[in-house]
Design a binder for this molecule. Structure first.
Ligand code: GAP
Length: 456
């Protein structure tokens, strides 16, 4: 059992889904595969399969739509993964981005000191086997090193970005000068980050290569509290909007001794799974740390002059920083259900994903595959829907099995073409969660579905 799994929640409500169920579904149905599996895999690194990539793109797009497209004062960038090495000195990561580890002398397990209970830490006692823990923690920097250049001796050591947001500070002045924005305004980015996590694990929860979504919102110091409160609430509502179990989300404020080196105040949006309450996204009061440090280390003046008052100052920053992969995992844990079958057959496995995020929006199913007219009508409908949304055509096995296959990947609507279709040009639309069925005219189908699967 991992350290996180030991931290099981005590609140009783509908059963929490074991991670293993999600790992198995993800492999079986093409959401996630272990990277380099044929070579035995690499701990903390994963690939996304055909369903996974659709789901992930929808999650990303919905974030972008809400944060950038729907805010006049927020713009997007896409920065590089490799930056000048001085960036990580200025950011404080070379000095401070560390994990402290102790080892058990008996069972040889390793523990992060910040994950141990105080009594285990004080008594140097292993929480798993009771053996003795080493007393002096070993310190590990999480930044992943890489080298630029090919000639030995001329190669420059740098790092893969340890947090994606640094590019936003690096491009802040360029965005300001090349766009018609003024403070207050924000810059968003979605991108990969890399950390040599010493305890990767729990599937997508703690990886070594993962993706973050960040907003850095630049404000006048006197408006910091107002914008901190605005984004804190906005982000909380955003997550609440895409989950089913609204009782499994809350805020947790960081105690002074757990604040990251750049944060003066921080709240985590946490979600409760079988791993306990865990961070999903951090809302950080970064103040002027980043722009001041980059001004100091680069020698470039990153202060802002208010065009109206002519006041000159270093903007303060509200950061909202979350994980795409953690969202992917939490949404699957939130959506997964094995419903007992009243007829006593195998339970129905269903993903109750929000329709706007589901990887496949609609499946088009001819009732029988040996009736040419049913098949050609179904293929025709599928081709038309495909231009608007992700649609799957399926004529393999009986209709019940086909519904089950779609339920398992969270497809919100199945359209069945039957003999009545040939007479009156209507189809049956079956809804995933309640398994209710409606008759809809083929001509109304695109609008019917679009209304239900579009971002809102
Ligand atoms: N720029 C601030 C920052 O990076 P963080 O709390 O270290 O803050 C933000 O990371 C988010 O990135 C976390 O809330 C989490 O969702 C995600 N994240 C962090 N480390 C991760 C890892 N090793 N694997 C997967 N997601 C991770």
């Amino acid at each position: 059992m991992t350290q996180l799994e030991e931290n099981k929640p005590e609140v009783n409500d509908t059963p929490l889904v074991p991670i293993e169920k999600i790992v198995s579904l993800c492999k079986r149905r093409g959401f996630v595969y272990p990277n380099s599996e044929i070579y035995g895999g690499v701990s903390g690194i994963y690939d996304f399969g055909p369903m996974g990539v659709e789901f992930r793109n929808n999650i990303r797009r919905y974030w972008w739509w809400s944060m950038v497209q729907n805010h006049d004062n927020v713009l997007g960038i896409e920065g590089a993964i490799i930056t000048h090495p001085r960036v990580w000195e200025a950011s404080g990561h070379v000095e401070n981005f560390v994990d402290k580890l102790v080892d058990c002398k008996k069972c040889k397990r390793r523990f992060r000191t910040d994950h141990l209970e105080p009594e285990n830490l004080e008594q140097h006692k292993c929480p798993v086997c009771g053996g003795e823990l080493t007393t002096e923690p070993r310190v590990f920097n999480l930044l992943m090193e890489t080298y630029l250049g090919v000639v030995e001796g001329d190669r420059m050591k740098t790092y893969l970005r340890g947090e994606a947001c640094q590019d936003i500070y690096l491009d802040y002045d360029n965005v300001l000068k090349s766009s018609r924005v003024q403070i207050p305004f924000g810059i968003c980015q979605i991108g990969k980050a890399f950390r040599n996590e010493v305890t990767p694990g729990n599937f997508l929860f703690r990886q070594r290569e993962f993706e973050q979504w960040d907003l850095q919102f630049f404000v006048h110091p006197s408006e910091m509290q107002k914008w901190f409160d605005y984004w804190k609430e906005f982000r909380y509502n955003w997550y609440t909007n895409i989950i089913n179990h609204k009782d499994r989300i809350h805020f947790r404020e960081h105690a002074p001794d757990e604040l990251a080196h750049y944060a003066k105040q921080a709240f985590d949006i946490e979600y409760r799974t079988v791993l306990g309450w865990q961070e999903w996204e951090g809302i950080h009061w970064r103040q002027d740390w980043d722009l001041s440090r980059h001004s100091q280390y680069s020698g470039q003046d990153l202060s802002y002059t208010d065009p109206n008052t002519k006041e000159r100052y270093i903007p303060w920053i509200v950061e909202t920083s979350g994980g795409v992969d953690r969202t992917f995992l939490n949404l699957l844990l939130d959506a997964y259900e094995e419903e007992p079958d009243p007829s006593g057959k195998e339970p129905r496995t269903v993903l109750h994903l929000n329709p706007m995020l589901a990887p496949v929006k609609v499946a088009v199913l001819p009732l029988q595959k040996n009736k040419e007219e049913l098949v050609s009508t179904a293929k025709d409908i599928h081709k038309k829907l495909q231009r608007l949304m992700v649609s799957q055509y399926d004529d393999v096995q009986n209709i019940g099995r086909r519904y089950r296959r779609q339920d398992e990947i969270g497809t919100p609507y199945c359209v069945t073409i039957d003999f009545q279709t040939l007479d009156d040009q209507t189809v049956t639309v079956r809804e995933r969660d309640h398994m209710t069925q409606e008759r809809i005219a083929i001509s109304e189908l695109p609008m019917y579905l679009l209304e239900r699967v579009s971002f809102k």
